[in-house]
Design a protein around this ligand. Structure first.
Ligand code: ACO
Length: 312
């Protein structure tokens, strides 16, 4: 019986079909999805923190309203993703407990500090730009609840990327020399960590082969990293900033941009908990959870009262 179920599952995947929450699926497929979707959800809500640092210091009312909307979107993305992960059988409380204990991973990129307003623009342009490159293919992920969540997330990410680029364009085209220098400095600090966002090189990516076989991932880490570099070089030229890589050169034969070596030691150090802001980010999430205890208790007490009233 198990073999029949497996054969049916494999055939559906091979046909490019989708798996729904109630369909049979191999345990490894389920665990892989819970891992990836929950890490993704954690990244969204931890990702609210670096930008939250600038809400009270945005330069104009318009920029503040845009930034608030973007950060709220990210909270929403976390909710859709936790809900998608819950369809696979683990509760949001369990997943959050793993984040708070330091057991679960979230994207390395959110462990870097936002030192100036230009960092907010660069997060939109480069970090959200990299996120879109990685996430558009996930709209075709074989697990349908995840794929459906990704459609709306990608639309919103595209607004995030545009607002970041627009903020930088304003600084570069209408700003002072000092403001242009801030943009260049932020690009210098964020460029390499953004390339790391796509994950380890394919040869060292333990999950890619199986995840691509199952249609969870549609492209490898290195493929998406290359697509991101190719798309970004021209945007940097329009903006008038340089990318901090002397080895960045157009390769006529490959029809791609060649780029320099990534510092993978730094990547694993940050993933392992020893980045510039890991402790601060985790502490902020734990504090938000603890401070929200009374809200959860009140909601539960209200729900219990409602239920008691209905059964009377
Ligand atoms: N930061 C932290 N950990 C990472 C990162 C990263 N940038 N990239 C890879 N890793 C981890 C993986 O989670 C995995 O760890 P685990 O086995 O403990 O789970 C390990 O490094 C090995 O990596 P891979 O084998 O390449 O893992 P995977 O196939 O899951 O690919 C990737 C990683 C590309 C991030 C994939 O999980 C993915 O596409 N996730 C969905 C998108 C996402 O999470 N984006 C978050 C940032 S964007 C944003 O929130 C705005």
């Amino acid at each position: 019986h198990q073999q029949q179920l497996m054969a049916r599952f494999d055939a559906r995947i091979d046909d490019g079909g989708f798996i729904e929450a109630k369909d049979w699926m191999p345990d490894h497929y389920r665990r892989t999805l819970i891992r990836q979707i929950s890490q993704h959800a954690h990244s969204e809500i931890v990702g609210m923190l670096p930008e939250g640092n600038w809400v009270t210091r945005a330069p104009t009312l318009k920029r503040k309203a845009i930034l608030l909307a973007k950060i709220q979107d990210e909270g929403g993305h976390g909710l859709y993703l936790y809900a998608a992960a819950e369809t696979l059988g683990r509760s949001r409380d369990e997943l959050l407990a793993d984040l708070h204990s330091g057991k679960a991973k979230y994207s390395s990129i959110f462990n870097y500090p936002t030192l100036t307003w230009a960092d907010v623009g660069v997060i939109g342009w480069l970090v959200d730009g990299a996120a879109i490159m990685n996430q558009v293919p996930l709209c075709r992920c074989s697990y349908a609840p995840y794929a459906r969540a990704m459609v709306r997330i990608c639309r919103e990410e595209s607004f995030h990327q545009r607002q970041g680029y627009d903020a930088l364009l304003a600084m570069m085209q209408q700003g002072t020399d000092a403001q242009r220098a801030l943009v260049q400095d932020a690009v210098n600090r964020w460029w390499w960590p953004c390339l790391m966002m796509f994950g380890p090189p394919d040869a060292e990516s333990v999950h890619t082969a199986q995840s691509m076989r199952w249609g969870i991932k549609r492209n490898s880490n290195d493929e998406l990293r290359q697509k991101f570099v190719d798309a970004t070089v021209q945007q940097a030229q329009v903006l008038g900033v340089s990318l901090p890589d002397p080895e960045l050169t157009w390769n006529e034969t490959r029809q791609h941009w060649d780029f320099g070596a990534i510092d993978w030691e730094e990547f694993w150090r940050v993933v392992g908990g020893d980045g510039p802001c890991n402790a601060e980010r985790l502490a902020a999430r734990v504090k938000a959870w603890d401070d929200g205890a009374w809200v959860r208790e009140a909601a539960l007490a209200h729900a219990a009262k409602e239920q008691a009233r209905q059964t009377q």
